[in-house]
Design a protein around this ligand. Sequence first.
Ligand SMILES: [Zn+2]
Length: 237
Amino acid sequence: MRTFTTCPGCGDVLAYQDRRTRTHPGCQDPQGYEFELEREFLAAAEAGDNALADTLAAQLDGMFDRPPRLFDAALAYAEMGWPVFPLRPGTKIPFPNTRGFKDATDNRILIRQWWGRWPMANIGLPTGRHFDVIDIDFRHGARPAWDRLRAVDAMPDVHGVASTAHNGIHLLLEPAGGGNLTRAGALPGIDYRGRGGYIVAPPSILASGRRYTWEVKPSPVITAPRRPVPTRSAGAP
Ligand SMILES: [Zn+2]
C-alpha cells in the first residue's frame, strides 16, 4: 500500500514511510512551534527519555484541545477546498433542522458564523467529492480483513490517514465516483464512503474525550487547488 502526504516545506506530494517522514530531502522543515515540539518529542522518544516524551506529548495534545482549534481546523479545510459542516458537540450527528452534509460549504463567512455560534461543534466532511474514504472500525472485527487486504496488495493509493475516536482509521483515497458501500458480513468492520456520505474530521472530539487525529496529513492529490504531481529533477539549476 502506497501512502502519500504533503511536504510541509514545498507543499507538494511526499511519499510517506513513517512518522519520521518530514520533508523531501533538501526541503526546509518549517520552524513552527508545533513542528519543533513534534521533533523534540520524536527525539526524546528515540532516546528513550520517556518522561520528557510524555511531557512533550501532553503539550502537543493540549494544543489540539484548545477550543479555537475546531474553528481553525474548519477554516483550514476550507482553504484546502474541502467543504465542511458542523456536527453537534461531542457527537458525529449533524445539528437538528439542518441538511447535514448537504449544507457543507467552504464559504469562510458561513464557517465563521457556525463556529462562532457553536465553538465546540465537531467538523463533518462530505465524502465522494474531493476524496472517498475506507472506514475501518477495529471494534467490529476489521483486523483480519484489513490484514488480508494489505497482504495481497489490494489497496489503492492512500492520500491521508486519520485515526478515529473509537479505535478505527479513515483512509482517504482519490474519489472513484460511486456512493456508499456497507459490506456488512463481507468485510466486517470495513465500510466504503463515497457520494452521499461523510466523515467526522480531526480534531473533532467525542463525548468520551477521545478525538480524531491526522496520522498522515492529506496529500495535495486530494486537496484543492490541485497541484500537479511534482517532477523533481535533483540538481536542476
Ligand atoms: Zn518538499
